[in-house]
Design a protein around this ligand. Structure first.
Ligand code: G3H
Ligand code: 13P
Ligand code: ZN
Length: 331
């Protein structure tokens, strides 16, 4: 069941974070649905209420144009049919104004992100306001971004020295003037696999300061992959060449969620799993050329990874409560 992002946020706020996972292809889609329903190996396994979770599927501009956006939308529709017990929202990740309008008008998306964080403050507000006006007419919610994360997103690269944490007072003014429904804040994370050299983490003082000025307002954390050493090592042992870096410590997700971080964006970790599994198969089965040979273990590994992430986010085991609240039936 596709629901609004707002509905998911109302259930989660201050208690747990909803995982927002990027997809690009069939195997990621199936692994994602299975993982959120506690099905490890096959579509037919029973749903596990102790681990099943509500979630957000994110489509980036790059994902939408990788083949044709209609393939991804078709995959999601098919997954909704195959997994009727799933409850999820569909979100445009890092949209431009033009792509936001396209997604709003398509009627397929639960929410869109307008990423004008590289624009000056007043222009970011004005752009966001225009998108909000159009989205709200259609009951679609809008995520905006204030502050700059480091790393690379879509075609924009931001170096460490240009990344800057979100200012709490500016956040209040931004939300009031733009009318956005959630705000992506810069709290120490960055996009991609090369986040921290040592053992850095989230800037909890900054999250607290923002939440105290915007109580009850959903905050979004981009760049939330943890870049698990286990997966980096597997990639490298199978012939990859990734440097040893670290991401957001997983035990920081839930404390951040309690401070209003309601959506946690994860893409890179899923790519690492994809890369490790495919490299291992190519290394270990040099005479096999069936695309299903790496695809099957990838779906299982990805499902297991999603389940684990949801446990760290606190969303695992929340699906039936969300269903009861949204359908007005007892849990
Ligand atoms: O934050 C960006 C996401 O990881 C999407 O990446 O634009 O390469 O699909 P992408
Ligand atoms: P990661 O690169 O840390 O997975 O972040 C993904 C993201 O923020 C998508 O919008
Ligand atoms: Zn992002």
């Amino acid at each position: 069941m596709i629901v609004t992002t707002k509905d998911l946020f109302e259930q989660a706020y201050g208690k747990y974070a909803v995982g927002a996972y990027n997809i690009n292809n069939l195997e990621q889609t199936v692994g994602l649905f299975r993982g959120n329903l506690g099905k490890h190996k096959s579509n037919e396994e029973p749903t596990d209420p102790k681990t099943s979770a509500p979630f957000i599927i994110q489509l980036s501009r790059g994902a939408r144009s990788y083949t044709d956006k209609r393939f991804l939308e078709g995959l999601i529709r098919a997954a909704e049919d195959v997994f009727p017990e799933a409850i999820f929202a569909v979100h445009l990740d890092h949209g431009t104004e033009e792509v936001c309008y396209e997604c709003i008008d398509s009627g397929f998306y639960s929410s869109v992100m307008i990423d004008a964080s590289h624009e000056p403050f007043d222009e970011n507000i004005a752009t966001t306001r225009r998108v909000v006006n159009r989205a709200h007419e259609r009951g679609i919610s809008v995520e905006a971004e204030l502050g700059m994360l480091g790393g690379v997103e879509e075609d924009i690269a931001v170096s460490e020295e240009h990344a800057c944490l979100t200012d709490p007072d500016q956040a209040v003014e931004f939300v009031e003037r733009s009318g956005c429904d959630s705000l992506a804040v810069a709290i120490g994370t960055s996009h991609g696999a090369y986040k921290f050299k040592g053992s850095q983490g989230l800037h909890f003082d900054r999250i607290k300061a923002i939440q105290s000025k915007l109580p009850g307002f959903p905050l979004v954390m981009h760049g939330s992959s943890s870049v698990p050493k286990e997966w980096v090592d597997r990639v490298n042992k199978a012939g990859g060449r990734l440097p040893n870096t670290s991401g957001v410590p997983e035990d920081q997700y839930l404390p951040a969620a309690k401070l209003g971080v309601t959506k946690v964006n994860i893409d890179t970790d899923g790519r690492l799993i994809w890369c490790a599994v495919y490299r291992e198969i190519f290394r270990d089965k040099p005479d096999d050329f069936d695309p299903r040979t790496p695809g099957k273990p990838f779906m299982a590994e990805y499902a297991g990874f999603i389940l684990h992430k949801n446990q760290m986010l606190g969303s695992a085991g929340q699906l039936e409560k969300v269903r009861a609240a949204l359908t007005h039936q007892p849990a």
